[in-house]
Design a protein around this ligand. Sequence first.
Ligand code: PEP
Ligand code: MG
Length: 755
Amino acid sequence: MLDTLRRIVQEVNNAPDIRSALDLMAQRVRDAMGTEVCSIYLRDNNEERYMLMASEGLKREAVGRVSLGTSEGLVGQVGLREEPINLEDAFSHPKFHYLAETGEDPFHAFLGVPVMHHGEVLGVLVVQQRDARRFDQSEEAFLVTISAQLSAVIAHAHASGVLFDQLDTQDLPSIHDGQPGSTGAAIGIGVLLFPETDLSAVPDRDATDISGEIALLDEALVRVRQEIRDLAERAKKTLGPEEQALFDVYLRMLDRQALPAEVVARIREGQWAQGALRMVVDAHVHNFEMMDDPYLRERAADVRDLGRRVLGQLQSRNRRRIEFPKACILMGEDISAPMLMEMPEENIAGIVTTRGSRNSHMAIVARAMGIPTVVGAQNLPLKKLDGKELIVDGFRGRVIANASAELKAQFEDIIAEEKHLLAGLEKLRDEPAETEDGQRITLQVNTGLMTDIVRSIERGAEGVGLYRTEIPFMVRDRFPSEEEQRLIYREQLSAFAPHGVTMRTLDVGGDKPLSYFPIEEDNPFLGWRGIRLTLDHPEIFIVQVRAMLKAAEGLNNLRIMLPMVTSVIEAEEAQHLIHRAWLEVREEGVDVEMPPVGVMIEVPASVYQARALAQRVEFLSVGTNDLTQYLLAVDRNNRQVSELYNSCHPAVLHALLHVVEQAHEEGKPVSVCGEMAGDPSTALILMAMGFDSLSMNASNLLRVKAAVRQVNMTFLRRLLNEVLAMDNGEVIASYLDLQLTKVGLGDLVRHRKPT
Ligand code: PEP
Ligand code: MG
């Protein structure tokens, strides 16, 4: 059964379009279960009906025509109950609804299971049989399993909006839901960034120069053939003659008349070489995988391997040939922060990924750069959208393709309005962040990139509350030397002097990988990250601190902050190393004061140790991104649980209040440098709690300042008391937005909702 299941899923996933996928699904399920009918009804939410989309066994002409209301018939019942219905005789069920057009008269036995995705009913999968009989438990289990496996395919088609419009129309608007990664809207041309040597990620692209593409293929083939011959030569000593024959098989497949001839044919049809290669390899892999003979099935792996080798060669020639349109929307399954930094910033209008969530590092960097971003748009057909005009709605977390002229005009207005709002905020640059009744708060910026410096200064930042030093580490292919680090840190320190610059010691691990320092862990968020890693590698820690201290010479505006601290032992050990580094550089003649050292409160343990930590260090800063993740046990990058990630959760708010109180009991300043500080509504609540400073992305600073300047502390304290008495995070978040909208801050806090 498992084998059959695997094969059906594979076949369906390989289908060229959704229509064929559904047809295949119906055929294969019917064959596998030996029933007379298998039908797929999908829910059309606009029409509130289940439409018969594919059937093996019912009349062909009924497909695409017959539909049932959402509470009509047995199909409606399966959807309403969200569970299987298994009937010996469907005709005698009170909810049976006879559909003459389908020709279902002779079928008595009925088994229907819902197709569910993320808790939503997308459709109903039905099998029917002439004889009256109850399907047995294993049949029911098979259908439920296949429905669960295939729900993703259906969800994809659902989300791309192609289901209920003529299925192959590509010109209809399609809206794809994801999550807001960075607010703002953008219009531009999709450019797919795909991992190299991953054949399945290669998009379709039109060949601009057909003979050029064929020449590229030929060159790649010459090199791959040589590569195989070299391998064969090397393997001579270790392999027997039988295994040696494998290399001949490879070489035969690479013969100009074999696979390459098919690739050339595709190129001549207008496809670029990489896309043509993918198509041909996919087709062969698919055929081999369908074979029952296990030996032949294994050949699929060989073709795939050859495909990867040829692709590798093609890409080594094609590298850096991506052309960036003036306004491009970068698309990818996962775009890492370093990948983003390699792109020409002036051309990036927006970013879209199918994985990740708003707390992933790339999203943080995108917010710092002020680029509208949508993350986790799971069902986005990336390959199809390459080169197409797209709208990124970073307010609501949607991507729109093939937008109508009206919709596009609506977004053009929004983009213009945003620009206008920002221009209006610019006059606040030199005004204090002060409430109407004179309460001040320090507004600082989070930095990491050099470009952040200019943006921050333009917006009047009062120093840096979090300089993420891992970013310069992430964009390199080795650890930067002490001198390289000193130069980078010096730029930050001198740009903001005399304001303080809070430099966080290296915070890698978890979701922040260094390509040249791989860490393999089953559970990286609970593993070797932040201070744990650097305390185990004092040589990395000390070099970094020495570079910071040297960079601060003559400026003395350096503050050092420790990430992911869970105990006083870690804080003390780090302080000891910092002190040692300070003595060393002083001895070497560097005239620098011992900088204040602080810790980040990012894990529940440190919330409850806040007082003990505050006694030992000069300041505390709450990293609400990680704190929310660890308090709520919600992975900040996992889209599946992203709706549970809520910094307005009462547990988070009460923890924050506790930290402020404990720090102040010890007379130590405390700030917030997580994303909460940059959202005007939560920033105001943090201010009401008594945080001394807030540190955020430069692009949010003026919005937060504008919000602070339009409220008074009496109002904020009342609002804080109200939300602290509430027990539901979602209600708190909407209540805050509502109350702030009522006092005229709608423009600043509202998540824009264009229709
Ligand atoms: C945080 O966790 O809130 C934080 C500021 O650190 P990072 O987002 O870099 O993990
Ligand atoms: Mg953190």
